[in-house]
Design a protein around this ligand. Sequence first.
Ligand SMILES: Cc1cc2nc3c(=O)[nH]c(=O)nc-3n(C[C@H](O)[C@H](O)[C@H](O)COP(=O)(O)OP(=O)(O)OC[C@H]3O[C@@H](n4cnc5c(N)ncnc54)[C@H](O)[C@@H]3O)c2cc1C
Length: 495
Amino acid sequence: MPKKQVYIVGGGIAGMMSALILERHDYQVTILEKSQQLGGRLAYRSNGKYKIDRGPTVMLLPHMHREVFSLAQLDFDQLAITRCDPAVTIDFADGEKFIKYSDHEQQKTYFAQHYPEDFVGFEHYLTDMRQLYQQGEKLLLTKPLPTIASIMNKPTLQLLKDMQLQQSTRHFLKNYFTNDYLLDAYSLQTLYIGGGPTVAPSLYALIGFSEHEHGVWYLQGGYAGLVEYLTKKLERRGVKIYYNQTVESVERRGKMITKLHTATESFACDHVIFNAEYPKIAPILNQKNKGYTPSNGCVTIYLGLNRQYPQKAVHSFYLPKNFAILFAKLFKKQQLPQTPAIYVFNPSVIDDTLAPSGHSSLYILVPVPSQTATIDWDDTQFKHDFVQQILEQVEQAGFLGLQTAIEWQEVLTPADCEREGLYRGGSFGIAPNLWQSGPFRPQAAIQPFTNAYAVGASTHPGGGIPVVMQSAKIACEELLKKDGENANKASISRM
Ligand SMILES: Cc1cc2nc3c(=O)[nH]c(=O)nc-3n(C[C@H](O)[C@H](O)[C@H](O)COP(=O)(O)OP(=O)(O)OC[C@H]3O[C@@H](n4cnc5c(N)ncnc54)[C@H](O)[C@@H]3O)c2cc1C
């Protein structure tokens, strides 16, 4: 019997993992990718001499990578990953500093020395959050939540109660910390998925905990090395990949999608998994879209430098005083904060493959509103002045001589990201607010179809590499279950 045809629309990390999982289940899998390469946001920026990750830099939850790899019969342990220690450093504009260590005992000693008033709170934080995290992963992160009824069970309701779901991430952390700097340090991780510490619901406080528990890791060669590794596996396993093919519309028979159309070709399919940004799928399906709120955008500056900063950590944050208050403005009113928060990625300190000897590659990320009518990122002067302000701020933060060391520089803004296909130029898909989380977030099975699924950052369980890998796992499980049911029905009707 010929194999059933599964088409994956978009070769982001969720699309690639879906292809690798389903290929092991005897489907003929084809990826239709609109650009010239796979990986989507997981990519490099490079000028030949210098190379650096374009988007994801912080590898969290290695056990979740490992789990999804194993579903695709891949061995995650073949990849060289290094635990970053310190995990992150945070410098506040008034000179206050917080260092997050990998080792719990070292962290406790640090609390005893620098924040004795919150030492006991930190111990409680570790104990409580460990239990909450385990429940959260089991009940919310690893399975579909198609309706509100999916969370109306005793353990999930207990978890939501324990996590005080109505509170924001930062507010929830007041159960453990009294110091404002610590509240900022333990809630800023909402920025990793495009949410504000005072806006994203309390559940996202689990990200900050997971940095302690599971670590902050670095993939040697850069996170985007994952794409090269997985592309080779796809090719070796006979998954067909068509580049420069944008799926524009579909043909349907009743509740089945039967054909996918690009500008030049048509592809007959048995199943389809969409990895395009979720709000961009509706027009392809000729459906009406809900008004989704985008996550924040970012300005990212990629630099090749003729010097190194060995005294700086791999991951450093530079936050204004009253960070949370200033950032509420960004997330609630879509306004550019007067003093930006800055993240600097300095991988050359542990990886000498990204730049020539003695040189380094550096990436600066600034959270800004998603693409709005009020900020014109295509205004060259405005963009130049903004970038200049950021470079000066980074230089003053201890990257001495930064501007004179620049040999290569590229900048991406929300306007560029919108042109590349990210929903309203938001970096992380739709925002992780309460009404776009859990059962309220788009789910794997696309209604009313019986053979269409969605994966990726704007679907449940959310953004970030290990989490979008979970969306691939969930969608593949749904497809396999439904296909099994249909096969059973077909064989029963033949009896
Ligand atoms: C600046 C930045 C920093 C980040 N930092 C981190 C981090 O430190 N850690 C972390 O874990 N995550 C991070 N993320 C988030 C992470 O990058 C995303 O969650 C993840 O890469 C999204 O993957 P995806 O599977 O949704 O696919 P995407 O990356 O969105 O890829 C989708 C693919 O589909 C293709 N496509 C779209 N429409 C069509 C169509 N109609 N036809 C054919 N193909 C189509 C696109 O070309 C693209 O290749 C960051 C993101 C950004 C932007």
